[in-house]
Design a binder for this molecule. Structure first.
Ligand SMILES: [Zn+2]
Length: 191
């Protein structure tokens, strides 16, 4: 499988650990959004799109984030540290929604994404840089929001016939409100 396009949206604050969001297209036919490029202790890495893990309240069966200490629904106290731990002892609070299965492809993807990021970061240093792909910013909680449909082509505007009498070049100074009159002007001509 080939990566055929990578779109990168840099995060404004370059001091943040989160450097950019990106979307990746595979074989010109499948897009995965919401990958993140993160600056870790050992350099840049790519985080796959993920969702927050939740579990069920033992009292009312409502869903709660694993970090919640009390049930959102009934207020029942929830066990602290109930998240599973990974090999390095960190609480597992998120699960990938899309990810490579093989290390080789993971590394290949990561190389390409980081190269695309570095290219974009270089462009950002040039004068007159215009960020592209601002649509990539939505992530986490509002992920999955559908994109708005493409704007319809602008309808041809029918030429408006000029009014028969040219308007006075300068409206007479009128102490009374002249706005209503001006609004009426042209009525019946404009749709
Ligand atoms: Zn509950």
């Amino acid at each position: 499988m080939e990566v055929t396009e990578i779109r990168v949206k840099l995060v404004e604050d370059r001091d943040e650990k989160l450097c950019a969001y990106c979307s990746v297209t595979f074989d010109d036919c499948f897009v995965v959004r919401d990958l993140k490029i993160i600056r870790g202790n050992r350099g840049l890495f790519v985080a796959m799109p993920s969702r927050k893990l939740a579990d069920l309240c033992p009292a009312c069966r409502a869903k709660n984030h694993l970090r919640a200490r009390f049930c959102n629904e009934c207020g029942h106290a929830l066990a602290p540290d109930r998240a599973e731990r990974d090999g390095e002892g960190r609480a597992k609070l998120h699960a990938d929604v899309a990810h490579p299965i093989h290390t080789a492809f993971r590394e290949e993807l990561q190389l390409q994404v980081i190269a695309a990021y570095e290219e974009e970061a270089q462009r950002a240093d040039e004068p007159g840089y215009q960020p592209r792909h601002t649509d990539l910013l939505d992530t986490d909680d509002d992920a999955g929001e559908p994109e708005p449909p493409p704007a319809p082509p602008a309808e041809p505007v029918e030429p408006i016939e000029p009014p028969q009498d040219p308007p006075p070049s300068e409206p007479e100074p009128d102490p009374a409100e002249d706005k209503p009159d001006r609004r009426n002007f042209g009525e019946g001509i404009l749709p």
